[in-house]
Write a protein that binds this ligand. Structure first.
Ligand code: 5RP
Length: 262
């Protein structure tokens, strides 16, 4: 089965697998959303089932909650956990300072709340997510449905005064209907191409009435685990200033791949 995975999926898998080394018995762990995070949830599930790892997971979306329960992870709410030891999540982009764009999977609001309520946030990603400047990936902004067109106009007006390359905004769709987040909101995708001052943009966006949250994660991520298609992984810790390299053997993980075909 592992041979059937694309190089990108292999890269996502090895990043997820390596990040699970940071999870210790008794931890309360934030569980991210997306295809990379789904690998991490499966790997953690295997550690729970086969090695007796005792953790409580706080999912960042209904999708992740369903998967976590399916693989045997005890799921609790953020209010039950109150504070988390660690959150592991994917990202759409990360820069050299480990600032992120997230929300490609539509879960940015819960993801940001959960990551901010954690002692540590680790991002898992394939090397393709690394960028010199954020903004190549459209920036998701969650807005409440009431008056969303007015909010969109205000967002566009605000962008005129900001240091970005593009200013087009689009309403995210799910087929013919607007995409609805777990919180019942819509998402505007901002096609900015390059964001020259992400901190300013994030602060200014969140001042607009109708905007709930944006997908810029500034100073939230502590480390990134970067996967490569050949099994190599790199762990960059921004606080310690360290870079560690490792290699994951796909053959040792056959169980996880065969779980997928069940
Ligand atoms: C979901 C997210 C995801 O972490 C991000 O979109 C990356 O997804 P993937 O791991 O599938 O590439 O922010 O809201």
């Amino acid at each position: 089965m592992s041979a059937d995975l694309s190089p990108i999926d292999k890269a996502k898998f090895v990043a997820a697998k390596r990040a699970c080394d940071f999870v210790e018995d008794g931890m309360r762990v934030g569980l991210g959303t997306g295809s990379t995070a789904a690998w991490m949830v499966r790997c953690l599930g295997e550690l729970v089932r086969e090695d007796g790892l005792n953790i409580q997971g706080v999912p960042t979306s209904s999708r992740t909650a369903d998967l976590a329960r399916e693989v045997g992870i005890k799921v609790i709410s953020l209010d039950e956990a109150k504070w988390l030891d660690l959150t592991i999540d994917g990202a759409d982009e990360y820069d050299a300072n480990l600032n992120l764009i997230k929300g490609g999977g539509g879960a940015l609001l819960q993801e940001k709340i959960v990551a901010t309520a954690s002692d540590q946030m680790i991002v898992i990603a394939d090397i393709g997510k690394q960028v010199d400047a954020l903004g190549g990936f459209p920036l998701p902004v969650e807005v409440i449905p009431f008056g969303w067109q007015t909010t969109k106009a205000l967002v566009e007006e605000t962008l005129v005064g900001l240091d970005v390359l593009g200013q087009t905004t689009t309403l995210r769709m799910n087929g013919e209907a607007p995409y609805i987040t777990d919180e019942g909101n819509h998402i505007l995708d901002l096609h900015l191409h390059r964001i020259n001052n992400a901190r300013q943009l994030s602060l200014v966006m969140n001042q607009i009435p109708g905007v709930v949250e944006n997908g810029l994660f500034i100073d939230i991520c502590d480390a990134v685990v970067i996967g490569h298609g050949d099994g190599r992984v790199e762990v960059r810790d921004i606080n310690a200033g360290t870079v560690e390299e490792d290699k994951i053997d796909f053959l040792e993980n056959e169980n996880l791949f065969s779980d997928l075909t069940d």
